[in-house]
Design a protein around this ligand. Structure first.
Ligand code: UDP
Length: 238
């Protein structure tokens, strides 16, 4: 109990796919509610939490482009998808009793707040969770990069990346039974070996700003709290 806190403020990045639960598309409200309980449990430890949620469960720009959409149009559609996910998560968090604000990188004044860094700071001070929606607001980026950017802007101690795998492996653990998981790995190794953690832009931004990336499985119940205590299975990129 007396161990010093590892992190005071984190940015938690969840890919859109996490919101699908067992479905293969869209949002499963029951699963989002369970995620909200986990986020609440982490917040109840005194942690300040910023959230970024992807949009891949609804739309990805690259996939749209492959089917004939302009890449930029597809990317804007993808960013709008992240706003839907943010609203779903806000709804679930508030039902769990956690005051939450959504700030969008693309202003949408009747739906949520625009992104204003100082205002986000104030929300955190007041004990609210802030969900940053619409990624960076620019096409040709990802929500991982949006997460790295906001983590830097908000002076987060770490970027927690909750995915469906429990860390970073030297090869795809779903295809290779001998794949080895790293407990710790450098940003440069991730970039040089092209390991699947986050896209290169996001990793480079974290490296430049010395923000550790903690990769862990969000599918495992109770893992957010475990990870912030430095326990449980995870890979730290630093
Ligand atoms: N996107 C974008 N700029 C950003 C963030 C996201 O254009 O700054 C678009 C892009 O088309 C992306 C989609 O939004 O495919 C959904 O985001 P992402 O793929 O990062 O979601 P995730 O994989 O985390 O669910």
């Amino acid at each position: 109990q007396a161990s010093p806190r590892k992190y005071n403020r984190v940015l938690l990045k969840l890919s859109g796919e996490v919101l699908m639960g067992e479905q293969d598309y869209g949002i499963d409200p029951a699963y989002v509610a369970r995620l909200a309980e986990e986020v609440k449990a982490a917040k109840d430890t005194g942690l300040e939490i910023c959230l970024v949620i992807g949009g891949g469960n609804i739309f990805r720009g690259v996939a749209g482009a492959a089917r004939g959409l302009d890449r930029t149009t597809g990317d804007y559609m993808g960013m709008l998808a992240t706003v839907m996910n943010a609203l779903a998560m806000q709804n679930a968090l508030e039902q769990a009793g956690v005051p939450t604000r959504v700030q969008s990188a693309i202003p949408m004044s009747s739906v949520c707040e625009p992104y204003i860094r100082r205002r986000a700071e104030r929300h955190l001070e007041k004990g609210r969770i802030v969900i940053f929606a619409a990624g960076t607001g620019n096409p040709f980026f990802t929500t991982d990069t949006g997460a790295a950017l906001r983590a830097a802007e908000m002076n987060c101690d770490a970027l927690l990346k909750g995915t469906s795998v429990d860390g970073v492996y030297d090869s795809d653990p779903k295809k290779n039974a001998d794949a080895k998981r790293f407990d710790e790995i450098t940003y440069s190794r991730v970039l040089n070996d092209n390991l699947k953690v986050m896209d290169a832009t996001a990793v480079a931004l974290c490296r430049e700003n010395s923000i550790p990336i903690v990769v862990f499985s969000i599918r495992e119940k109770g893992n957010i709290v475990r990870v912030i205590d430095g326990e449980g299975v995870q890979t730290v990129v630093r």
